[in-house]
Structures are given as C-alpha cells and as structure tokens.
Design a protein around this ligand. Structure first.
Ligand SMILES: CC(C)(COP(=O)(O)OP(=O)(O)OC[C@H]1O[C@@H](n2cnc3c(N)ncnc32)[C@H](O)[C@@H]1OP(=O)(O)O)[C@@H](O)C(=O)NCCC(=O)NCCS
Length: 172
C-alpha cells in the first residue's frame, strides 16, 4: 500500500535491529502507553515483530519512507459491541519527524481499514502534550470528539487525553 514515497508493508525478521534503534528513545515512548517500554530492548523488538508475523489478517505494518523502514502503524480491532471500531496507533523514529510521513501513513491505513476491512469507526487517544500527533489526525480528516480529563498517568504526572475519531463514509 503506497502513497507517493510512503509505503506500508508486512514486517520482516530483518527489521528487528532497526525497530530497536527507532523505538529505544524516550521522546518516542513518552507519547505511548507503558506497554511500549523504555528502555526498549532488542528482545522487545523481536517479540513484537514475531507477533506481527502471526497476524491474519495483517493489522500492523512497517512504514517505509523512500524504501527505508522508519516506523510502525497498526489497527487494534474492538470487541463485543465495539467490533465495528478499531484503534489506530503509530510511531516513527525521531530522525524522520516532520517530513509528512505519518500523515501519509495514517491516510493509507484509514482508507485500507474502511475499504478492505469494512471498519465503521477508527479512533485513538492522544496525550495533551502531543500536538504533532493531533495535527496528523486533523490533517487526515479525524475530528476531536472530547477530552478525557486527567485520565492518563505518564512522566510522573496526570494528563488529559484528547480523543479523536473518523467515521467510514459508507456508514455516515
Ligand atoms: C507524532 C508523530 C507520529 C508525528 O509523525 P510525523 O511523521 O513527524 O508527522 P507529520 O510530519 O506527518 O506531521 C506532523 C504535523 O505536526 C506539526 N507539528 C510538529 N511538531 C509540532 C509542535 N510541537 N506543535 C505543533 N505542531 C507540530 C507539523 O508541522 C505537521 O503539521 P503540518 O503538516 O500541518 O505542518 C511522531 O512525532 C512520533 O512518532 N512521535 C512519537 C510517538 C507518537 O507520538 N505516536 C502517536 C501517539 S498518539
């Protein structure tokens, strides 16, 4: 799946060492849930990629920029009454920030989720200090639904979480 110089593809075992390099960075992990550890080890990278290789259908992808692996993006399907929804999550390595890469990756995965997986609603939550991620989603047509006040513990403090979503035009 491709949009100009950004492509989403399945992971490869050979991505493990680069994932470790990209992910082992507090400036990345401070924007994500604690399930994304810091420090991030080679073993974490190996376990993550091996898990992705078992997915059917594939829901977590490597982001390539000009044919170089630069980050991850994926969808987590909802369950029970939320089975029409999915949560989107993503990160790219710090050296690749502000080149428009994630905006293109989110566009690709949102279109794929709607057209191929028939997802009704894609959503996520962004910590209040992560303005870049809010900008990415707004530029991709997502809307801010609400703010979950004081809902997040991170960096030794309590923060608000800004909730974003987009609805599949087929279901509007
Ligand atoms: C958030 C993140 C995914 C953005 O990726 P990216 O590839 O740099 O994003 P893009 O270049 O496509 O777009 C970034 C947008 O934010 C804007 N931006 C960047 N830093 C900003 C800041 N401090 N304040 C306001 N806007 C900012 C850019 O100008 C750009 O908007 P524009 O296209 O309207 O000019 C990346 O910084 C990252 O991986 N961070 C760590 C993990 C993370 O936050 N994941 C998301 C969790 S919700």
């Amino acid at each position: 799946m491709k949009l100009e110089n950004v492509r989403l593809r399945k992971f490869r075992i050979s991505d493990i060492s680069k994932l470790y390099e990209l992910a082992n960075n507090e400036k990345v992990s401070e924007n994500l849930r604690d399930a994304f550890p810091n420090p991030y080890t080679l073993k974490d990278a190996e376990a993550f990629i091996k898990n992705c290789l078992k997915q059917d259908p594939v829901l977590t992808f490597a982001i390539e920029y000009s044919e170089e692996y630069v980050g991850n993006i994926g969808l987590i399907p909802g369950q029970d009454v939320y089975r029409g929804s999915a949560e989107i999550g993503y990160f790219i390595g710090e050296q690749y920030w502000n080149k428009g890469i994630t905006t293109k990756a989110v566009r690709i995965l949102t279109d794929y989720g709607f057209s191929e997986l028939d997802i009704v609603r894609i959503h996520t939550g962004i910590f209040e200090y992560n303005t870049a991620s809010m900008k990415v989603l707004e530029n991709c047509g997502y809307s801010k639904d609400c703010i979950f006040k004081k809902s997040v513990f991170k960096k030794g403090r309590i923060w608000d979480e800004h909730r974003y979503s987009i609805i599949n035009p087929k279901y509007e």
